[in-house]
Design a protein around this ligand. Structure first.
Ligand SMILES: C[S@@+](CC[C@H](N)C(=O)[O-])C[C@H]1O[C@@H](n2cnc3c(N)ncnc32)[C@H](O)[C@@H]1O
Length: 279
């Protein structure tokens, strides 16, 4: 049974931080990391920089930044969630980087140093109720002329070609669940607006996406893993039941459906935007 609740539920961070969700973020990073490298490289992350990462989650972006800024640079990752930060600290220790530190706090009121060369974030504005206000607050941490670079999804760009029912249904449920939770599935397209509202010059923007005709495409597993994470919320708000979703077999059924049609899977658009704090 699919019913739309009347009002969005806007309380907690809808994806949570179970061990499985932290694993999902890592798998998501496997296909996103190349896009994130492109964004940071073109935006101008350089050796020696001191970079603030907003909403660092399990630390995958911080690891990319640590490589880019090198031993002379420093990365500070901030997240609300202590379990995510613990996973991030373990990952960084295993990778042997000593130029990353993590701090727990809420981006809307955290007080940090004011000498950062750059503030960046991936898939974090998506979840914020007032992204422009939070971005304006984060600008206080930046030196004049400092770099601001954010990357986020347009989930509405994800699709299968040709259109196939299970893919449509699965993506549709995910988009509805995010909307009901107060997250914005089209946030990537709004980065220009958000940057300007925060007082920044209009950003340079880029877009990339994961596209594949093969059975190995990571999109099938990602759709299933996001559904798994969102399932308790979907059940709570009446979007779907566990029996309707059959999450354990979902990735295989999505793959079989599209491969049988000789189709192509297109992931969400990953939209990058960067600009500089006025000097
Ligand atoms: C989808 S995850 C992305 C994690 C990481 N940036 C990545 O790309 O792998 C979003 C992260 O933002 C964090 N977050 C959401 N709202 C926050 C807030 N108000 N303050 C700090 N962190 C927040 C969540 O705890 C979560 O770890």
């Amino acid at each position: 049974m699919l019913t739309e609740p009347a009002t969005p539920v806007k309380d907690a961070y809808v994806l949570g931080h179970s061990e499985k969700e932290i694993e999902r973020l890592q798998k998501q990073n496997n296909f996103l990391q190349v896009f994130t490298w492109h964004c940071f490289q073109e935006a101008g992350i350089k050796p020696g920089m001191k970079v603030l990462e907003a909403g660092c989650g399990g630390g995958d972006v911080a690891l990319i930044l640590a490589e880019m800024v090198g031993p002379e640079g420093q990365v500070v990752g901030v997240d609300l969630n202590p379990q995510a930060l613990e996973a991030a600290r373990q990952k960084v220790a295993a990778a042997g980087h000593n130029n990353i530190i993590f701090k727990q706090g809420d981006l809307q009121d955290i007080v940090l140093d004011t000498d950062f060369d750059a503030v960046v974030g991936r898939l974090v504005l998506f979840h914020l109720k007032e992204p422009a206000n939070i971005l304006r607050h984060l600008l206080d941490c930046l030196k004049p002329g400092g770099l601001v670079a954010f990357q986020d999804y347009n989930l509405l760009a994800a699709r299968a070609y040709p259109i196939v029912p299970l893919f449509e249904q699965t993506l549709g449920r995910i988009i509805k669940a995010f909307r009901q939770a107060g997250a914005d599935p089209e946030i990537g397209l709004k980065l220009n607006e958000i940057f300007r509202q925060a007082g920044l010059p209009g950003p340079t923007m880029r877009c990339e996406a994961s596209v594949s005709a093969g059975p190995e495409w990571d999109g099938y597993e990602q759709l299933a893993l996001v559904t798994r994470t969102l399932l308790p919320f979907m059940q709570k708000v009446g979007l779907a039941t566990a029996e309707e979703v059959e999450v354990d077999t979902l990735a295989d059924r999505l793959r079989a459906e599209l491969i049988e049609k000789g189709g192509v899977g297109h992931g969400p658009d990953v939209i990058s935007a960067w600009s500089h704090k006025p000097a």
